[in-house]
Design a protein around this ligand. Structure first.
Ligand code: GRF
Length: 213
């Protein structure tokens, strides 16, 4: 089944970034916008963590930020319902998860189908989940990398948009491999967002096709 993502390349798009930590991928996307590479603006930087360094960076860059305390909600569904309202209010076209350490509910994924992207520091479908750079070293793989994918209800398993490969070196530590992968993340995430707003991504089943212009 071909699932077109309806986005008008003429209109300037609106992005919500969700983060829980340092926000280097958020910065990379914002820098690409400031450099004129992406036809969109960041309408909201949202976090489930009050003191997330990424939120501070967003404030320094005069972007709208919003924090919602998960402890105030009886369950994940109610929390996500509130988050959906905030995203809807701002007419967002694309949600970019950038180190957002909370699993989205079925409800959220359905509401924004093919309109939520995530970046993962491994070559999916290998090594989903957490601490994946260490897992890649311990497993003995020769190559790892980064994956940008659409978010579906199965964590880290949505259709793959872009990947970048890096070697795993014999003397790598979790830190050195993470740094090497992160440099690639900062290239492919803005690139995937750019393709999205150029209206060039088409989802067919599990596969994402990149349309030529
Ligand atoms: C990145 O490694 C990303 O792949 C993962 O979480 C980390 C976020 O880093 N999903 P940052 O907050 O963007 O610096």
């Amino acid at each position: 089944m071909v699932e077109e993502i309806f986005i008008s390349p003429k209109k300037r798009g609106r992005i919500a970034v969700f983060l829980s930590g340092r926000g280097s991928n958020f910065k990379a996307i914002h820098d690409a916008i400031l450099g004129g590479k992406i036809n969109a603006d960041i309408a909201l930087v949202f976090s489930n963590v009050e003191g997330a360094p990424g939120l501070r960076i967003a404030q320094e860059r005069s972007l709208e930020t919003f924090y919602l305390n998960p402890k105030l909600y009886p369950n994940r569904e109610d929390y996500d319902r509130e988050v959906i309202k905030e995203v809807r209010k701002r007419n967002v076209d694309l949600v970019c998860l950038a180190g957002y350490m909370k699993i989205l509910t079925f409800h959220f994924c359905r509401e924004f189908k093919h309109r939520v992207m995530n970046i993962h520091p491994a070559l999916l479908p290998s090594f989903p989940g957490l601490h994946v750079q260490k897992k890649a070293i311990d497993w003995g793989v020769r190559y790892s990398g980064a994956t940008v994918h659409f978010v579906s209800e199965d964590v880290d398993m949505g259709p793959i948009i872009l990947q970048a490969v890096v070697p795993v070196l014999q003397d790598d530590t979790e830190e050195t491999l993470s740094d090497r992968i992160l440099k690639e993340e900062h290239k492919i995430y803005p690139e995937a967002v750019r393709l999205f707003f150029e209206g060039r991504l088409e989802v067919r089943g599990r596969r994402v096709f990149i349309k030529e212009i």
